[in-house]
Design a binder for this molecule. Structure first.
Ligand SMILES: [Zn+2]
Length: 250
């Protein structure tokens, strides 16, 4: 989104022509920052066209996330996964993506498709051909990749490094008929506040908060949030028990 106003409140997203100490919209101090606008993208000009049938379907057409079966997700969901460094955001996003049926795309803007991501995917036993990884790219390149691969789910890690706005992800969901889930992995800033927190929180259909490799639901349009969550990684398979049984019957 291009703008002539280079400053913006990191909390609520209001633009300012010059720096101000306190945001006049949300009254938070010290969060009006110089905000580099991304270049206009071709996908910005793609019209959002849908049908009444598709809009009605969105309400009940559930997207199953097999790794986290307690999580209810509708169609065309914008999900924000947030937490501090090492909280398990990328791990959560990779497991969630891998457990959605169909082609998926991880936009690994932060790590790139390098050894760290390779090690994580190996540890998670994510190895299917239809799990695409995009490294350095812009919104148009990602849009083309999603369209070409008919991706049903996308994760952007992180939205801050990829310079992707909630609006951009909504737009992708609207212009790509196959895409039904967009996961915005979001950093916390030094104050422990999600960067662009109020906009992201407002735009999100679902917010998953991560802390020390556990997740909880902080917001959902699809289910009550109380008691939903658990470990980011799967509980270890009961291999020992199976072995014992095997030994016992041998
Ligand atoms: Zn503000």
């Amino acid at each position: 989104m291009t703008t002539t106003h280079p400053y913006r409140c990191a909390a609520c997203g209001r633009y300012y022509p010059a720096r101000v100490d306190v945001c006049a919209a949300c009254w938070r101090p010290g969060l009006v920052l110089l905000w580099p606008a991304r270049h206009a993208a071709e996908v910005d000009a793609v019209a959002e066209v849908t049908t009444a049938a598709a809009l009605c379907r969105a309400a009940w057409d559930e997207t199953r996330v097999g790794a986290y079966p307690d999580l209810r997700i509708g169609r065309d969901t914008l999900l924000v996964a947030t937490g501090g460094p090492g909280a398990g955001k990328t791990t959560w996003a990779c497991r969630a993506l891998d457990s959605v049926a169909g082609p998926v795309t991880m936009w690994a803007a932060e790590t790139g498709p390098g050894p760290a991501l390779a090690a994580l995917l190996a540890r998670l036993v994510v190895r299917r051909e239809s799990f695409h990884v995009v490294g350095r790219a812009d919104l148009d390149a990602v849009h083309r990749q999603l369209a070409r691969s008919h991706a049903v789910a996308l994760a952007v890690d992180s939205v801050q490094v990829a310079e992707t706005e909630p609006d951009d992800l909504r737009h992708l969901l609207a212009v790509l008929p196959d895409l039904r889930l967009a996961v915005a992995v979001s950093q916390l800033n030094k104050a422990g506040v999600i960067e662009g927190a109020m906009r992201l929180a407002h735009e999100a259909d679902v917010i998953v908060e991560l802390h020390e490799m556990s997740w909880t639901l902080a917001k959902s349009r699809y289910q009550p949030i109380a008691g939903v969550g658990g470990p980011v990684l799967a509980a270890p398979a009961p291999a020992a028990a199976t072995e014992e049984c095997h030994v016992a019957t041998a």
